[in-house]
Design a protein around this ligand. Sequence first.
Ligand code: ADP
Ligand code: MG
Length: 250
Amino acid sequence: MLMETKKLTKRFGGLTAVNDVDFTIEKGKINAIIGPNGAGKSTFFNLLSGTYIPSEGQVFYKGQDITKRPPDKIARLGVARTFQTNHLFEESTVLDNVIVGHRLRTSSNLWDAVFRTRRFKFEEKKCRDKAMEVLDFVELTHVMDEPAGSITQEEKKRVAFALALATDPEVVFLDEPTAGINPGETEGLASLMEKMVQRGITVCLIEHKMKMIMKLADKIMVLNYGEKIAEGTSEEIMNNQAVIEAYLGG
Ligand code: ADP
Ligand code: MG
């Protein structure tokens, strides 16, 4: 087990977005979270990555309590995430986007940057090499010199993966990585997630596309109104009465 939550709860005023959720993320697996709109999935991710502070409960990473640690500290432990919408500099090349994105996450101090010290140049080279490596991994080498604004929606999603991978993460959180793309492209991204796992990266993903998730995920948790209503393999989830009712709006 890589990560664990215990009775994790997040309230926004009178609304309980995540309620008492116990969850484990298994190392080297594809761990999925599904559930209707507004179920609390993105909020749950935000709690795990430190973006939101829990109202109650705890988050553990490799047995260590990381509840209430700030996002940058959690990121440095090896936790990376992509966001539902990705922001790219449309005029800059794909490669520069990844270099800049990576620099923003790792960067040395302003002094180094302004005076272009030797350390800065060394880091710049390292960032560039890393960007080339992750672009190769996500199969975007052929468009790396194109403006980011000119690539397809699916390629933009691959850039988001590349940005997450550039930090050499142990676990990657993907919030609806295949939203807004067609079935063929979805297959391509699913293969990419499998490739990540083969490389030893743990995946935790939120997904709406049931067919894909049932095929891809090793383990699924279902959230509904902030509560965990089921957890298990695809087979177990598909035959679970509470899940069927939640999805049929019962
Ligand atoms: P999902 O990702 O499953 O669609 P969310 O986690 O985005 O659901 O939202 C769960 C609930 O929490 C929703 O009712 C949403 O309106 C609410 N919510 C999410 N973020 C905030 C916030 N920052 N402030 C207030 N309410 C929020
Ligand atoms: Mg969401």
